[in-house]
Design a protein around this ligand. Sequence first.
Ligand code: BTN
Length: 261
Amino acid sequence: MDGNLELFKKSLAGKLFGKNLHFYQEVHSTNDTAFSLGMHNAAEGTAVIADSQTGGKGRLQRRWHSPPGDNLYTSVILKPEFETFRASQIPLMAGVAVARALDHYCSGITLKWPNDVMIRGKKVCGILSQAKLSANKINFIVLGIGINVNMDTHRFPEEIRNIATSLAIETGAIISRQELIISLYENLEKCYKQLLQKGFIPVRQEWLRLAPMIGRQMKIVFKNEAIEGTAVGLDDNGSLILMTAENKAITVSAGDSTIMR
Ligand code: BTN
């Protein structure tokens, strides 16, 4: 991590996210580490940060490219006291929080369903949340966030080079990862409290404002199935609502989205 770790920990004291901080040079996946901390009853707000991941996980069983030195890989533990169906609101809330944090560095930040954060159409951040549920209760949620911070284009694997970006590529400046984490955790705390206190509606409104796909013709691909329709909104589970050519509203809960026109 850039800078002094002790000073960094001090600046997170008293904050919800990061006051209990576990920092590693290398882990398999910060989500796995946070999940096992959760299983050992770690407090809400406990945060894991790693400089690199050997098995960084993406959505839909994909890998998240996680080399050392340049990026941000973090997972935090949440224990919201709400109904289990609302667990899927957490990654959407996180997308809004990341967008707020990145907006300070760069213009052109948008969201892409389900939970990618984009800069001028290229992916800068991925979010992966995993919930531990029992009966009708959320035991805890691990919210994992990966942000490409100081990566150069040539360091991305070839297959994602045209669709991925980093803050440094977009701004031409080297970004302090410590400052970015502090701002990320602050924004996450604000958005999370807003979700707990005011419900999903304000978060959803902000999400929709940041998502250029709303009102556009979309294609959603999941496994071997593709669905097309106009994106009209998000339901209470964070599923995308599409209006088909036959004027039928359908909801989609997982997949990869592309704007067609
Ligand atoms: C995606 O867009 O597919 C989600 C990527 C999520 C990556 C982050 S990096 C920190 C945390 N640990 C993981 O193993 N994955 C998430």
